[in-house]
Design a binder for this molecule. Structure first.
Ligand code: AMP
Ligand code: GLY
Length: 421
């Protein structure tokens, strides 16, 4: 099977690593890929992910059997619709179903219509009504701009003053004519839960927790994710059962009934509250760095599973996961998520991978001759498997100690919740 993988991050390197192990793999291409992916697939350049015509041409000339889409933006832009109209199989939902991530209002209305547990909410186009609602409900309260905001666009206001001040800010983030959501604050522990979905067949692909704040003790600004581990102890078998029954399956059914079946991976961001799991948000792709830990734990062949999702032939068999724990620690350039420099040299990558169970996935790197240079904010995800979280974590940090990159930093406390539990 000839495969084209779209994307360039740590998530895509992990997908490429797992896919490349498949005996079914034929020619393997990545667009644009990264220096880590380059050792597994042919990385193509010169075609932006926004250029759907060029991607179709590429698929036809390279006889691609399956396109695997890593990031959300091309899906929200309709890449799956375009590929499917050309008869090319694609792992990732069509535009309408991708609204689950592309529009928070779409998801909230779907939840409301199908009694899916989520935070109560109001929607507003005017500042005055929004202020009156916040005054009435008090704090803590959550303000959100609609649309694909790349992890921004959400203010969790702990006081009434913060909430009132935040209203103008979220309207501004959403742009002119935007609608904002104001939500009940959910209290509990957050979990990421992944399911392969082919219309109505829903296969759980494990849980993970990520760490969104930049610094130890969950302090500092929000980031795309500084580390993750899987499984998440708070997500018990009972929580998984309830989430499937109350949240994920009704969502898949609602979309299938509306003639826009979801095909791809559905990433449910959940709050485990005292009343049980509630949906915070959906994403229509694997998480980054959650994907890295899931790929480390997955047993067996990923490629036929993704192909089955793409062609609507997913069988109702659990995705085989190792009982081991996996952890990934992001190494980022100093300054991230604010301004940071590029071009610093990274050494010790091979030495790091000699530790048993360790894989270093590239995210924001660039190759220059024999050198690997930092080329982004999140640069590496050092990922390790172990018999339990403590062992996996020790391996990951031992690997990090072998990486020679003074301009990089990482959190030292990834998976603290699982260790304290
Ligand atoms: P989102 O972009 O919707 O994932 O929101 C970003 C982060 O804000 C989430 O990961 C949560 O930590 C927090 N958050 C979002 N909605 C709520 C809510 N209703 N209650 C509490 N925290 C929330
Ligand atoms: N790590 C969170 C995300 O990928 O959205």
């Amino acid at each position: 099977m000839n495969v084209l993988l779209l994307g360039s991050g740590g998530r895509e390197h992990a997908l490429a690593w797992k896919l490349a192990q498949s005996p079914l793999m034929g020619a393997f291409f990545a667009l644009p890929g990264n220096p880590g992916i380059a050792s597994l697939a042919t990385c193509l350049t010169g075609v932006p992910l926004e250029d759907h015509d060029a991607i179709v041409t590429l698929c036809l000339s390279e006889k691609i059997d399956l396109v695997v889409v890593g990031p959300e933006a091309p899906l929200v832009d309709g890449i799956a619709d375009r590929l499917m109209s050309e008869g090319i199989a694609v792992f990732g939902p069509r535009r309408v179903a991708a609204q689950l991530e592309g529009s928070k209002l779409f998801t909230k209305e779907l939840c409301k219509a199908h009694a899916i547990p989520t935070a109560a909410f109001g929607r507003f186009t005017g500042v005055e009504e929004a202020r009156a609602f916040v005054q009435h409900h008090g704090a803590p309260i959550v303000l959100k701009a609609d649309g694909l905001m790349a992890g921004k666009g959400v203010i969790v206001a702990m006081t009434l003053e913060e909430a009132l001040a935040g209203i103008d800010e979220v309207f501004a983030m959403g742009g002119i004519g935007t609608e904002i959501l104001i939500e009940e604050f959910l209290e509990g522990e957050e979990v990421s839960f992944f399911c392969l979905v082919d219309g109505e067949t829903v296969l759980p692909f494990g849980s993970a927790q990520d760490h969104k704040r930049a610094f130890d003790n969950d302090e500092g600004p929000n980031t795309g994710g500084m580390g993750a581990y899987s499984p998440a102890p708070v997500f018990t078998a009972e929580m998984e059962r309830r989430t499937l029954h109350d949240i994920v399956k009704p969502t898949a059914r609602a979309l299938a009934d509306a003639a826009s079946p979801f095909r791809g991976v559905l990433f449910a961001g959940l709050m485990i509250t005292r009343e049980g799991p509630k949906l915070i948000e959906y994403n229509v792709r694997f998480g980054d760095p959650e994907c890295q830990v899931l790929m480390m734990r997955m047993e067996g062949d990923l490629l036929p599973l993704l192909a089955a999702v793409a062609t609507g032939r997913l069988e109702d068999q659990p995705v085989p996961l190792k009982p081991d724990a996996a952890i990934s620690v992001v190494m980022a350039t100093r300054g991230y998520p604010g301004p940071y420099g590029k071009g610093s040299q990274i050494g010790g990558l091979e030495a790091a991978e000699t530790i048993p169970g360790v894989k270093v996935f590239h995210a924001g790197t660039r190759r220059e001759g024999d050198d690997i240079l930092a080329h982004g904010g999140r640069v590496l995800t050092v990922t390790a498997l172990g018999g339990n979280v403590a062992e996996a974590r020790e391996r990951a940090y031992d690997a990090i100690a072998r990486i020679d990159w003074p301009e990089g930093f990482c959190r030292r406390d990834i998976a603290w919740r699982a260790l304290d539990a």
